[in-house]
Design a binder for this molecule. Structure first.
Ligand SMILES: NC(=O)c1ccc[n+]([C@@H]2O[C@H](COP(=O)([O-])OP(=O)(O)OC[C@H]3O[C@@H](n4cnc5c(N)ncnc54)[C@H](OP(=O)(O)O)[C@@H]3O)[C@@H](O)[C@H]2O)c1
Length: 243
């Protein structure tokens, strides 16, 4: 039987959730395609996984360069013929210090939508034939608890911090629902994971409440390996369905 293949976006950082998720899937026997904005980043992390005894290769994949997605699909088709897991992990957080929607710089709004929404959507579309060629593919969109600021805005009006980022993560959850519906007659399940707070930027200081990236990655890997009768269109937090 062919080995299962997983692709993880935004996996070029040593402490990031992307690489931790690639490692978690590799530990479960997946051949992982580690992707990053540059060939050097992707290959550095893929070779780190290979040094740990895993099967991994690096691809350059910039989520803002949607016109390059068909080339990525072509390469996976030639090398593997199918894709079992797509983890849409890459993300930008350009307006971290913006505290209301009225202060959001237009460039931040545009950048957040390009990478956090348009990228995962277009990539899923580009990889569709490969996902449908797998026996039971799973797509996992990495969301954020920030989406809740918008979900509950009707009940609790107030300022939305990091409005562009938060709005894209809210939108991403609806993209999950829409893709799940579109794949309903296939074996492809699409879900969102809110990874909680993970210590992925130790260079900025650590918070005791943050979990190690490997723990959050475990929850992501769980959503990537749901059983055949698993949900589609759901949001998971710490392994539990919350939406
Ligand atoms: N850590 C947390 O507590 C937390 C909480 C809630 C949600 N999340 C979500 O979890 C995911 C991973 O976050 P993280 O904490 O591991 O942060 P991170 O390391 O900053 O992850 C973002 C990754 O996306 C990559 N990226 C940015 N723009 C890209 C593009 N155009 N094309 C391809 N890759 C791009 C970054 O690459 P570069 O290195 O090249 O910039 C980086 O590797 C994100 O979706 C984030 O929103 C994390």
């Amino acid at each position: 039987m062919n080995r299962k293949v997983a692709l993880v976006t935004g996996a070029g950082r040593t402490n990031g959730l992307g690489l931790a998720t690639a490692r978690a899937l590799a530990q479960q026997g997946f051949h992982v395609i580690v992707t990053a904005r540059t060939d050097a980043q992707a290959e550095e992390q893929a070779s780190a996984l290979r040094a740990e005894g895993h099967r991994a290769e690096g691809y350059r994949l910039d989520l803002a360069a949607t016109d390059e997605f068909p080339g990525v699909a072509k390469r996976i088709q030639a090398d593997h013929g199918h894709l079992d897991v797509l983890i849409n992990n890459a993300s930008v957080f350009p307006d971290m210090n913006t505290s209301t929607a009225l202060d959001a710089p237009t460039n931040d709004i545009r950048a957040a939508f390009d990478v956090n929404v348009v990228g995962p959507w277009a990539l899923t579309v580009a990889l569709r034939p490969l996902l449908e060629a797998a026996p039971a593919a799973r797509v996992v969109n990495i969301s954020s608890g920030a989406y809740q600021q918008i979900t509950f805005l009707g009940e609790q009006p107030g300022d939305v911090g990091a409005p562009a980022y938060s709005f894209t993560k809210h939108t991403l959850n609806y993209l999950t629902l829409m893709l799940a519906a579109a794949f309903r007659d296939t074996k492809v399940l699409v879900n969102s994971v809110d990874p909680g707070r993970a210590d992925t930027h130790p260079e900025l200081g650590t918070d005791e409440e943050d979990m190690p990236p490997s723990v959050a990655a475990g929850w992501i890997a769980k959503a990537a390996t749901l059983p055949e009768n698993g949900p589609s269109g759901a949001i998971f937090l710490n392994g539990h369905r919350v939406g």
